[in-house]
Design a protein around this ligand. Structure first.
Ligand code: ACO
Length: 327
């Protein structure tokens, strides 16, 4: 019988992470603003978050996570062909966070750029990297999510400032010729609805000197959309690959809120022990949350080679999407 020809796929060969040293508990926040550990834990599952020191910028943290991913893969920085950074909190409008990371890690042969899709930035980045690898443009791509939301939080707004944290996660993808049932990114699915821009946004940027640049959110509206849109992105990934949800070994969701994570897991019919959760310790680190969670579960041996992993995210835009990969 003729064997099917191998496919060029983006295979995940390393993960890395960086979290700022300073941990801020709910009780710490309650000393400064009118909130409580009970309110935050009940509604979100968040118990603590990391807040960056002044030197811990998106570029600094992203470089640390990138180094760790390269080390895990046993790959030298000058083998990297491209660096894609999902971030809404870059060090500068330009140069991009990606080129600062390129310099910091001496990835001398890589090109790089930032990608703005808020909390969906890592899934969007994976999708772009996957397309570049499949097209033969590059062989090794670092996809990084790095965020310092503590710098854009409005600490007068207790409804938002308790929800977010800082950190960075990175993965290294490598082009490989594999069999259909072999490892690699199987598919990615991206969506956006700009008519919902007003429910989650930052009210300023370098192009708007009249606005301070704080995160603004209508939490109820975001919540209303989240489970429905994320569940549809997850179903889309399963349908595109002819899989039922019981084929999924791990769901690694964007870590915004425990109730959203549980809602999607339940709709998928996945038992909680197959869902990776870090929101209790990291809070919502936007584009960094998925690579941080993925790194944790790969590093501690929960996610193993050969397993099917489903990623999903939703964020400001609205933007949302999913990615399915075999380790
Ligand atoms: N501590 C104590 N009380 C608070 C706090 C706080 N930190 N924040 C708000 N409250 C009070 C409000 O003032 C209000 O009081 P009132 O009834 O006396 O007016 C009460 O709690 C209820 O406020 P709501 O905003 O209606 O609270 P809700 O139950 O909707 O929960 C939450 C808020 C947790 C933000 C919820 O809407 C949510 O989880 N939304 C999803 C949003 C999300 O996760 N966004 C992350 C970014 S998007 C993404 O990454 C997917």
């Amino acid at each position: 019988m003729a064997e099917s020809s191998p496919l060029r796929r983006a295979v995940l060969i390393g993960t890395g992470a960086y979290l700022p040293e300073t941990i801020v508990t709910n009780d710490d926040l309650a000393q400064k603003i009118d909130t409580s550990d009970a309110w935050i834990t009940e509604r979100t599952g968040i118990r603590q978050r990391h807040f960056a020191a002044p030197y811990e910028t998106a570029a600094y943290m992203g470089a640390q996570a990138a180094r760790a991913a390269l080390q895990a893969a046993g790959v030298a920085a000058d083998e990297v062909g491209a660096i894609i950074v999902g971030t809404s909190t870059p060090d500068q409008a330009f140069p991009s966070t990606a080129v600062h990371i390129q310099a910091a890690i001496s990835a001398t042969k890589a090109f790089g750029f930032d990608l703005a899709a808020a909390c969906s930035g890592f899934i969007y980045g994976l999708s772009v990297a996957d397309a570049m690898i499949r097209a033969g443009q590059v062989d090794k791509v670092l996809v990084i999510g790095s965020e310092v939301y503590s710098r854009i939080l409005n600490f007068e707004d207790r409804g938002t400032c308790v929800l977010f944290g800082d950190g960075a996660g990175a993965v290294l993808l490598q082009a490989r010729e594999v069999a259909a049932d072999g490892p690699g990114l199987l598919s990615t699915h991206l969506h956006a609805d700009g008519t919902q821009a007003g429910i989650l946004y930052v009210d300023g940027a370098v192009g708007r000197r009249d606005m301070p640049g704080h995160l603004v959110m209508n939490g109820r509206e975001v919540f209303r959309h989240a489970v429905t849109l994320l569940s549809s992105a997850v179903s889309e990934a399963l349908a595109a690959n002819g899989l039922a949800s019981d084929a999924i070994d791990w769901l690694v969701p964007h870590q915004a809120n425990r109730r959203i994570i549980d809602g999607v897991g339940k709709k998928l019919g996945l038992p909680p022990e197959r869902v990776v959760v870090t929101v209790d310790r990291h809070a919502n680190t936007s584009a960094a949350s998925i690579p941080l969670a993925l790194h944790e579960a790969v590093a501690d041996g929960r996610i193993r080679p050969g397993q099917l992993v489903l990623l999903e995210a939703l964020g400001g835009g609205l933007t949302w999407g999913s990615a399915l990969l075999r380790l």
